[in-house]
Write a protein that binds this ligand. Structure first.
Ligand code: ASP
Ligand code: MG
Length: 435
């Protein structure tokens, strides 16, 4: 096996010289949850190596480790310091990597585990939600050149001010993609507990279809609207850097779903998938002064608090001088931070009330073919109406239609839309695949 030493230009994300036949294999938490699974992952990694490829494996923390570490922090502190939180959370992935390296060594191969910092993952300074700014992959490349299997602790890096950072929940996917981009790997394989990306959540829709291919654009919309298989940021990173992702089962050798450039797929089905999210809340601001800059103050405050806002609706007052009403949806994990960020804005602008509704959910349909086909929105609304489901907010992009509804209505809405657009195993789907 040969691999080129990474140049600084390549590390910064510019097209790098392809390292011949190197793959990045990322294993999620359930795939390394206990000793047997670590050994199974080790065997799968070794099998790739024995087929002649260079292998970098990125591992998540085992099972519920990250949740347990968060709970430990909350036991000792009401408001854990973010820097120390990252020191704590980063340990989960280190455990997985060290154990897996031991298992690989027992199989007669040489492995080396690296922390995110040792692997050269450089991030910004936003603790617990850091973004990767650079991958200085020299150490990975050198280890590959020596024929070693390299294990990289996912979900973490070192900030530009030399502190340990973590990348947000699910961040190991992004580590894997970033490493794949930096070393020019042929593919970034994401091994998980599901068989791939489906046309809907198979737990809600038994005849959901495993999708052989999905474009980056569709996958981005799907991840943003609730599909949990891949972290949103990892898909953004993969699209920007042109990294092909293959999402597949750790327990089954069958191929999963390949996420690739839209120009690499031949045809686009009208609708690809129905996604949903019940972990959203809606905040409604009543009595917002109708003047330039009000919305800016509200949403800048939320941005400064790192809150990801989704659908936004503002109602113009009908009478001159009256107040406006602004509502928006937000992930429930950001709710506390959002309420705290809005408190000073409420006083400053003289907003009357800030109401929170936690019982909302969202159902979305995503498909690249929607761009060139009218009538999709009408069919979505008609389908939901036929189920007696009330739509509270609507938002669209060129390839997505989302409806905010009561969270209790979500399962029925998903099933009805999946059936109406014939997305199931029996449905007629135009074939599409790599050119
Ligand atoms: N262990 C982290 C989490 O649970 C990161 C990851 O698994 O990707 O979110
Ligand atoms: Mg994950």
């Amino acid at each position: 096996m040969s691999s080129s030493v990474n140049t600084p230009a390549a590390a910064a994300g510019e097209p790098s010289r392809a390292v011949s036949e190197t793959v990045v294999m990322k294993f999620g938490g359930t795939s390394v949850a206990d000793a047997d699974r670590i050994q199974a992952a080790a065997r799968r990694i070794v099998a790739q190596r024995e087929s002649g490829k260079g292998v970098v494996a990125v591992l998540s923390a085992r099972g519920k480790t990250t949740d347990e570490l968060i709970a430990m922090a909350e036991e000792v502190s009401r408001n854990p310091d973010p820097r120390e939180m990252d020191m704590l959370l980063s340990t989960g992935e280190r455990i997985s990597c060290a154990l897996c390296a031991m298992a690989i060594n027992d199989l007669g191969h040489r492995a080396i585990s690296l922390t995110g910092s040792q692997a050269g993952i450089v991030t910004d300074t936003s603790h617990t939600k850091a973004r990767i700014v650079d991958v200085r992959a020299m150490r990975i490349s050198e280890a590959l050149d020596q024929g070693l299997i390299v294990l990289v602790a996912g979900f973490q890096g070192v900030s530009t001010s030399r502190d340990v950072t973590t990348l947000g929940r699910g961040g190991s996917d992004t580590t894997a993609v970033a490493v794949a981009a930096a070393i020019g790997a042929e593919v970034c394989e994401i091994y998980t507990d599901v068989a791939g990306v489906f046309s809907a959540d198979p737990r809600l829709v038994p005849d959901a279809r495993k999708l052989p291919y999905v474009s980056f654009e569709e996958m981005l919309e799907m991840a943003a609207s609730g599909a949990k298989v891949l972290q949103l940021r990892s898909v953004e990173y993969a699209r920007t850097h042109g990294v092909r992702m293959h999402c597949r089962s750790s327990f089954d050798p069958a191929p999963g779903t390949v996420v690739l450039g839209e120009d690499e797929t031949m045809e686009h089905p009208l609708i690809t998938a129905v996604t949903h999210n019940t972990e959203e809340a809606r905040i409604t601001l009543v009595g917002v002064p109708d003047r330039p800059g009000a919305a800016a103050s509200i949403f800048m405050a939320l941005a400064d608090a790192n809150c990801n806002v989704d659908t936004i609706i503002q109602n113009e007052p009908r009478t001159e001088g009256a107040d406006a009403e602004v509502s928006f949806t937000i992930g429930t994990e950001d709710l506390r931070a959002a309420e705290a960020a809005l408190a000073p804005v409420q006083t400053e602008l003289g907003i009357k009330t800030v109401d929170t509704d936690r019982e909302i959910g969202k159902v979305s349909i995503v498909g690249a073919g929607m761009r060139s086909h009218p009538g999709v929105a009408g069919k979505v609304f008609k389908t939901l109406a036929g189920e007696g489901i009330n739509i509270e907010m609507i938002s669209t992009s060129a390839i997505k239609i989302s409806c905010v509804i009561r969270s209790g209505d979500v399962p029925q809405a998903v099933r009805a839309l999946h059936a109406a657009f014939e997305l199931g195993e029996g449905g007629i789907q135009p074939e599409h695949g790599p050119r």
